[in-house]
Design a protein around this ligand. Sequence first.
Ligand SMILES: Cc1cc2nc3c(=O)[nH]c(=O)nc-3n(C[C@H](O)[C@H](O)[C@H](O)COP(=O)(O)OP(=O)(O)OC[C@H]3O[C@@H](n4cnc5c(N)ncnc54)[C@H](O)[C@@H]3O)c2cc1C
Length: 376
Amino acid sequence: MARPESVEELSEIVGRAHRESRTIAVYGGGTALDDHPPGHTPGLLIDIGGLNQVIEHSPGDLVLVAGAGATIADLNAVAETGDQELLPDFPADRTDSGSTLGGAIATRSVGPRRIGRLPLREVVLGVTVVLADGTIAKAGGKVVKNVAGYDLSKLMTGSWGTLGIIASAALRLYPKPQTQGYVEIPGAEAALEAIGSQVAPAAVEIDRSPGGQASTVVMVEGLEESVTSRTESIVNTYPGAQRCVEPSWWARRAQAPVTIRASVSPALVPQLVGEIARLEDTIGYPIQLRGSAMGVFDLGIGDLDSDPTIATRVVLEHLRSWGQKQLSATVLCAPASVWGEVDAWGEIPGFGLMRTVKDQFDPDGLLSPGRGIGGL
Ligand SMILES: Cc1cc2nc3c(=O)[nH]c(=O)nc-3n(C[C@H](O)[C@H](O)[C@H](O)COP(=O)(O)OP(=O)(O)OC[C@H]3O[C@@H](n4cnc5c(N)ncnc54)[C@H](O)[C@@H]3O)c2cc1C
């Protein structure tokens, strides 16, 4: 394993590996190493933890520039000194375990407040990247209006280390809301209406434990007085709705041997929740559902006592044929034995374009082979 302390050292290491035709994988915080299991053991593992400096923090410009190995938790603490926060809502369980800026960008990390917030790719204002042959490339700048190199920042978001190694990034910051309030509504039927309602929720999440009933939790944020009146309005609008504290499952992924990521249009969410309950009954296998009312869900398949391979295959096939293909279902995380036995990706729209970009950035296929979308 190599642990560079500067972008120049990272560039030298990558350039040498390129000349020796060695494959490379990057280790950030290691919290997503079970997601998208790599197809091959890398020739060289690069620990990016040495590049963890805060390069610039400008609260007035709402910009934070840091090394890719800085942890999200540390960067949030820095932003808080200016009463600000990182705009994307990074998942709490991964942040608590040390996920890094580079890892969060590479995996296109998301959390519950995706409703009112810009997606991560819009918040990454600039990146410094070491390309497959060791060349250092820079895009964007710390100034919000500078859009030069915008595409490279977007390309790196969700690239899973397959297009280049992120050495540092500039992120846009946002003012930290004064407080948050939560309301629980039984079932999933109210979720769509709640998203578009006048209370302007910051998040609407749905959780259903295996064998249980689904519940919807609406979160609003802002000034104390406004949060109180908006939570009251939700309680008065929906039968059975009750104020609650932040649920223990909030911003945490389903805990199960296999996680399937299912995406569906928000209008179909109640049907999907019902379909999962029926599927669970039919196959007699526990399925946990958790995610955003916007239609992006993690399905946790199985328990620790049984082999989830067959159940995973059945759930994937059923969902892909359900609702006239209005739903996409891919495996996010699974033991290698399951991953190899199921069609983890299914049909990926735009895969040809992704292949072309990969071939241009990494013609020799040395960067994180097998780790990208569709096994790129
Ligand atoms: C589509 C998608 C959605 C997700 N949604 C959620 C969610 O809703 N909730 C949740 O809890 N988690 C989610 N995750 C996982 C979450 O993003 C990760 O747990 C975390 O942010 C990764 O940080 P890490 O430092 O631990 O990365 P690691 O586990 O160390 O690495 C993860 C990947 O990123 C690459 N990588 C790491 N650092 C760099 C770098 N500097 N340059 C280039 N590549 C690098 C690695 O090679 C590897 O492929 C999601 C992941 C994906 C792909």
